[in-house]
Design a protein around this ligand. Structure first.
Ligand SMILES: [Cu+2]
Length: 123
């Protein structure tokens, strides 16, 4: 009896497992699709600060700096990478850089070196 019951129920359980797997796969796909639209992250520049000063993103993320000042212009300057620097960002202007490789990317503002920020890129 136990064997019969097991024999009868085993396929049903298998089917449920398959359904369960299919469901999680779907959920994973939805999650990935949601994450895909989030491969952009923003750093505001306001009050002579980068906000947030430290931003952690996944590799492949485009970081967009937005100057939200009323008058002051700034830049985004990576001195440790051949002094890669954005143009001056006037109020309302943006600059974008995509980070493909994991690592730590410190930067500062060209005209205001005391303004510092860090992008941490993870796998
Ligand atoms: Cu500045």
């Amino acid at each position: 009896m136990a064997l019969n019951a097991g024999g009868r129920h085993a396929p049903a359980r298998g089917a449920l497992n398959w359904a369960g797997t299919a469901r999680s796969t779907c959920a994973a796909l939805v999650f990935v699709a949601g994450a895909a639209s989030a491969t952009e992250a923003e750093v505001g520049i306001q009050g002579m600060r980068f906000d947030p000063p430290t931003l952690r993103v996944k590799a492949g993320t485009a970081v967009v700096w937005v100057n939200r000042e009323k008058r002051t212009n700034h830049s985004v300057r990576f001195e440790q990478e051949n002094d890669l620097e954005s143009d001056r960002l006037f109020p309302g202007e943006t600059w974008r850089r995509t980070f493909e490789r994991p690592g730590a990317y410190p930067y500062r503002c060209g005209p205001h070196p005391e303004m510092r920020g860090l992008i941490e890129v993870t796998e």
